[in-house]
Design a protein around this ligand. Structure first.
Ligand code: NAP
Length: 311
């Protein structure tokens, strides 16, 4: 039975990876920071290993004992005030510790990145497209740092997730719905005609396992099943399910009300193609589309919960 060591197994995407890996016969050992995460991990049939991204001995030892390592934890998750240079430092040191455990083994290590590392071009982009010189954050540094472990005889690959990983009524779509419900209106930036990409969480999870099983050293895969949904379409779908008015905010208004990061995120074009994962790994994304999931799928219950009771 192949043994996987995972970081981020208690999170949104990681828990779906565990859910899919256990029936495939994998044994999962999962980094866990708390008793609450221990319980979640155990309930899924995996083994919690106490530690965090700074427990270098744990990362090294667990990686050495594993056949596959999947790295999904992100020090920035739930800690959005953290200086991103610190996020990169934490990630690079953790990946070095994982690398020390895998050194010379040719075992697979799959790390997590994002499609927003690539520059918007007004057209569909691939994993080979030019990097963005004004990215939202410096995630590319962590991706490049991890991929260098190829030189240490490790089969490293990277999954670049879409800005919107959605489904199961959670993650970014849910957070935006909460923000809009709180403000009593839904908005998009400028004309809202910016195209972005998305992937259903179960499909994203499946890609991590496929990369572990079939990727070559140094491969990068975009995890996108949709790359032409506009930000206006997303906002209109959320507005209709929340029963709220939908408006356009100028970019400057969005910055002054919500800060530059959110304004840039909502105005970031991303037409990354998932074709490479489909052709090379046989990735077959099957999830409900993001608009349908908002209007008739898992976000319907979220909207019901957010609607204020009529006085
Ligand atoms: N969800 C999206 O839409 C999306 C889009 C693009 C990229 N991503 C990336 O995909 C990965 C997984 O995202 P997610 O949505 O599943 O995140 P999530 O639900 O917030 O889960 C984050 C995971 O990382 C763990 N973690 C956080 N800080 C840690 C630390 N310092 N040491 C050890 N573990 C730590 C958390 O453990 P606890 O349970 O103990 O908190 C949790 O298991 C991240 O790298 C994220 O940046 C996600």
């Amino acid at each position: 039975m192949a043994r996987i060591f995972m970081t981020g197994a208690s999170g949104y995407i990681g828990s779906v990876v565990v859910e899919q890996a256990i029936p495939k016969g994998y044994q999962i050992y999962a980094l866990s920071r708390s008793e609450a995460s221990d319980e979640k991990i155990k309930a899924q049939g995996a083994v919690p290993i106490r530690g965090d991204l700074k427990f270098y001995d744990v990362l090294r030892e667990q990686s050495a004992q594993a056949d596959i390592v999947l790295h999904l934890a992100d020090a920035y998750a739930g800690n959005f005030g953290m200086d991103y240079a610190e996020v990169v430092r934490i990630d690079n040191a953790a990946v070095d510790a994982i690398g020390a455990g895998l050194d010379g083994s040719n075992k697979p290590l799959v790390i997590t990145s994002g499609t927003l590392v690539v520059a918007p071009t007004g057209r569909v982009t691939t994993e080979e497209s030019a990097l963005w010189d004004k990215p939202l954050n410096d995630r590319i540094s962590s991706e490049q740092h991890a991929l260098k472990l190829v030189n240490k005889g490790i089969k490293v690959s990277a999954v670049r997730l879409s800005p919107f990983v959605y489904g199961r009524g959670a993650s970014g779509v849910r957070l935006f719905m909460m923000m809009f419900a709180n403000g009593g209106e839904v908005f998009y930036v400028n004309d809202g005609d910016i195209k972005t990409s998305a992937v259903y969480v179960d499909d994203a999870a499946a890609l991590f396992l496929l990369a572990a099983e079939k990727a070559n050293a140094g491969d990068i895969f975009n995890a996108t099943s949709i790359n032409d949904v506009t930000t206006r379409e997303l906002s209109e779908a959320m507005g209709s399910i929340l029963g709220l008015p939908v408006k356009s905010f100028s970019y400057d208004d969005t910055v002054s009300k919500f800060g530059e990061f959110l304004a840039r995120f909502l105005n970031a074009e991303n037409q990354a193609s998932g074709a490479k994962a489909k052709s090379q790994l046989g990735w077959d994304p099957k999830g409900l589309g993001i608009i349908d999931d908002i209007k008739i799928g898992s976000y319907v219950a979220v909207a019901e919960g957010l609607k204020k009771p009529v006085a």
